[in-house]
Design a protein around this ligand. Structure first.
Ligand code: URA
Length: 446
């Protein structure tokens, strides 16, 4: 008889419920059963909820992540020459940094073969955003993907069907059973995909605040540390930024609107917060790839924006993937929605806080995101934010502009937006954009 251990799922669930650590074999049994469908969704969901409450110790988290990574293809990027870098955000509102960072680093000579995701809940996804560019193809076969990165240094596509299929299954269940905001579940979900995607260096952007899954800095730093430890343990140079998601990033939310804002950043005319974050993340990726120290890498990034090489690289990537780059000559046209509505302030004072998750939901309600799995995205729907936290507003000032193809969607979204704003009579304290940077040597608070 082969030495195969047999488990009962109910015992695995009970063990975790009672706070014990699962063995490597129990974890493998669970992940195999998830992928082959032999474990029913109700038992999978029960284990996820037990993990949500009991957490995981480091050894257990490492085993869980590796089992998820190996549940599908482990992509070998070695046909692409040189060091390959990857970045991943834990999810935010108005977070369009990947679309700017990928061409910036490629224009500085570092390759990025990036697989991105679609919008999830109130957060947007790079693939949906890029698909708002007419003709842009997010589905390339492996050979075309590798060839493109070898030739022009960059490609951003959707995740291949068999990349960490266990995560796909678990994420869908977490999304509908209230177990998304769990540190070990987020860490394993993200790192399994990053390890399977094959890059040499991984930069994580851990979002923190009202629009993020991690609501406070301490939890966000812990998540960042766990993910850095998993990456380093697997021989990948891994770093993490912990960044502010109490305020939407930049001024635009929605797919075509976010592409237009990326074009502004690449042309050197982007909003200050978004530009700064894109510069920081790009420079860090260059440093990780051995291009120089921090001041040298920041200078390289700024130069690539100033001399137009970053924008040229973006156009080259879009064109290589079938996208129509003429839209960048006339972005007003490309982002024009059938309906534009100005949301005006009914009071005066300072905006003291924005419930950024609600603002993401308001954008989804206009058609920019999915309400159900099969919703069709309206590429021109979204929000341009005119007043952000810290701004003084008077009665009648325009707080935001709402765009949609369907007028009937306006009213509930506007209500949600008003409810998301808090006011004060004094100017609130200015918040930081970057809270911390985490690498294998520790945490540096900013
Ligand atoms: N993004 C992911 O890919 N997984 C999570 O669990 C959360 C954000």
């Amino acid at each position: 008889m082969p030495n195969v251990k047999h488990f009962r799922m109910v015992d695995v669930i009970s063990k975790k419920r009672d706070g014990a650590s699962l063995s490597k074999e129990e974890i493998q049994y669970f992940i195999d059963g998830c992928v082959d469908g032999s474990i029913p969704d109700y038992q999978t969901s029960a284990l996820l909820m037990a993990i949500y409450f009991q957490g995981m110790e480091d050894r257990e988290l490492a085993d869980f992540t590796m089992a998820m990574a190996h549940s599908g293809d482990m992509i070998d990027l070695s046909p692409i020459n040189g060091i390959k870098v990857d970045k991943h955000s834990t999810g935010g509102v108005g977070d369009k940094t990947t679309m700017a960072v990928a061409p910036i680093v490629a224009s500085c000579g570092v390759k990025m073969a990036k697989m991105s995701g679609r919008g999830l809940g109130h957060t947007g996804g790079t693939v949906d955003k890029l698909e708002s560019i007419p003709g842009y193809n997010t589905v390339l076969d492996k050979e075309s993907f590798f060839n493109q990165v070898n030739k022009i240094g960059v490609s951003v596509i959707g995740q291949s069907g068999n990349l960490a299929p266990a995560d796909k299954k678990l994420y869908a269940l977490r999304d509908v059973t209230g177990s998304v905001p769990s540190i070990p579940l987020i860490a394993s979900s993200i790192m399994s995909k990053k390890l399977a995607a094959g890059a040499d260096c991984i930069l994580l952007d851990v979002k923190c605040g009202s629009g993020a899954f991690m609501k406070n800095v301490s939890d966000a730093v812990t998540l960042a540390q766990k993910m850095v430890a998993i990456g380093e343990h697997n021989g990948k140079r891994t770093m993490a930024y912990v960044t502010n998601m109490d305020i939407p990033l930049g001024e635009n939310i929605g797919n075509a609107l976010e592409v237009k804002e990326v074009v502004d950043v690449l042309n050197g005319r982007g909003p200050a917060d978004l530009t700064l974050e894109c510069e920081e993340l790009s420079a860090t990726l260059l440093m990780m790839a051995g291009k120089g120290d921090r001041p040298e890498c920041i200078a390289m990034v700024r130069k690539a924006i100033e001399n137009g090489e970053a924008m040229d690289k973006f156009k080259e990537m879009v064109q290589a993937q079938g996208g129509d780059i003429s839209v960048f000559d006339n972005p007003e046209e490309f982002t024009r929605a059938a309906v534009c509505y100005e949301v005006k302030s009914d009071r005066e004072g300072y905006i003291s806080a924005m419930d950024t998750e609600s603002i993401g939901i308001a954008s989804t309600m206009l058609g920019a995101g999915r309400e159900t799995l099969d919703s069709i995205i309206d590429p021109t729907a979204g929000i341009t934010i005119c007043k952000k936290t810290g701004d003084k507003v008077n009665i009648g000032d325009v707080l935001a502009k709402f765009y949609t193809s369907r007028e009937e969607l306006l009213s509930p979204a506007v209500k949600r937006y008003y409810e998301a704003l808090s006011y004060s009579q004094q100017a609130p304290e200015k918040s930081k954009l970057v809270y911390a940077v985490v690498d294998k040597d520790g945490v540096t608070m900013r």
